[in-house]
Design a protein around this ligand. Structure first.
Ligand SMILES: C[S@@+](CC[C@H](N)C(=O)[O-])C[C@H]1O[C@@H](n2cnc3c(N)ncnc32)[C@H](O)[C@@H]1O
Length: 281
């Protein structure tokens, strides 16, 4: 099976220093507040199956992409501290602030969760898209959306990234950066298929998590356009794949689901939910 010739040509071009800046794909969806709201509330609903009243004081997201919107949605759901771990610092304050203001309005109105008609690629599908009042009560939202708190978060978005409620670490790999046992919930959306060494990432997240902490990842195993068929990336020869990767900071790692499950267990986690969803081709 051959790689998609267009993406192969781009991969080769990225070996030229500087070219990657112009040819690189933007990470995607998180510039949309409605996307972030929809994804975050799905994660929240999923973890509530394992833990009806999950502790969310400190949360960590892997690969937030173009904005910190998913973590900001978590902060508006009551989280006190949000760690964002990325391979590169894609997110910029003006986008974060715009996404934040729209999220405040969505939570303030207890808006319904955007559904598959608006975001067909966000999974899992829900049977009920109404706002989860049972998880985010009016009294909790009154506190988390209070004017002084919103101002504090807005200024944190403009300030230092090493302290305060929002801590953006990009890159995040150094073991010296870890604060073991501090995170209540770690999650990612459309990221674990891109991470070069998923086993190291799961091991690092296990170290960050507090005892009893939870972790959730939504992983897209499709070829992301790098091959013709959705499974085509697994059939490309390793050498061709290296050319296709070129000098890009990340691509897709070609780990199958079974390898993720094994790596998660090896890192020390117990798996409570393993939900496999077949998308239409
Ligand atoms: C497809 S984007 C998803 C962005 C965002 N989560 C969303 O839902 O729009 C993939 C993200 O994974 C990040 N990424 C790739 N390798 C990574 C790594 N080793 N550690 C952390 N983040 C990584 C990329 O920088 C990018 O932000």
């Amino acid at each position: 099976m051959k790689a998609n010739p267009k993406t192969l040509a781009k991969g080769l071009a990225t070996f030229v220093p500087g070219v990657n800046r112009f040819l690189g794909r933007r990470p995607g969806g998180s510039v949309s507040a409605r996307y972030c709201y929809s994804v975050w509330l799905r994660h929240l609903l999923r973890i509530s199956v394992c833990s009806p009243r999950p502790i969310l004081d400190t949360i960590a997201e892997l690969g937030p992409g173009d904005s910190l919107g998913l973590g900001l949605a978590a902060i508006l759901s009551g989280a006190k501290t949000y760690f964002a771990f990325d391979v590169q610092p894609h997110a910029r304050p003006p986008i974060n602030l715009a996404v934040f203001d729209e999220l405040v309005s969505l939570f303030g109105k207890r808006s319904a969760i955007p559904d598959a008609a608006e975001f067909p690629r966000i999974l899992p599908n829900l049977s009920d898209h109404s706002f989860p009042d049972h998880l985010l009560s009016p009294s909790l939202l009154d506190l988390s959306l209070s004017a002084p708190r919103l101002e504090m978060i807005r200024s944190a978005l403009m300030e230092s990234r090493t302290s305060g409620p929002i801590r953006y670490k990009a890159p995040w790999f150094a073991a010296s950066e870890r604060i073991p046992g501090t995170v209540d919930f770690a999650f990612s959306q459309a990221v674990m298929e891109h991470v070069d060494h998923p086993e190291e990432a799961y091991e690092a997240l296990h170290c960050w998590l507090a005892p009893g902490g939870l972790m959730a990842h939504s992983i897209d195993y499709a070829s992301h356009g790098y091959a013709k068929d959705w499974y085509g990336h697994w059939t490309v020869a390793d050498f061709t794949w290296r050319l296709l990767r070129g000098g890009r900071p990340y691509l897709i790692n070609r780990f199958p689901h079974s390898a993720h499950i094994a790596a998660i267990r090896r890192a020390g986690f117990e798996i409570e939910i393993d939900e496999r969803i077949e998308d239409s081709p």
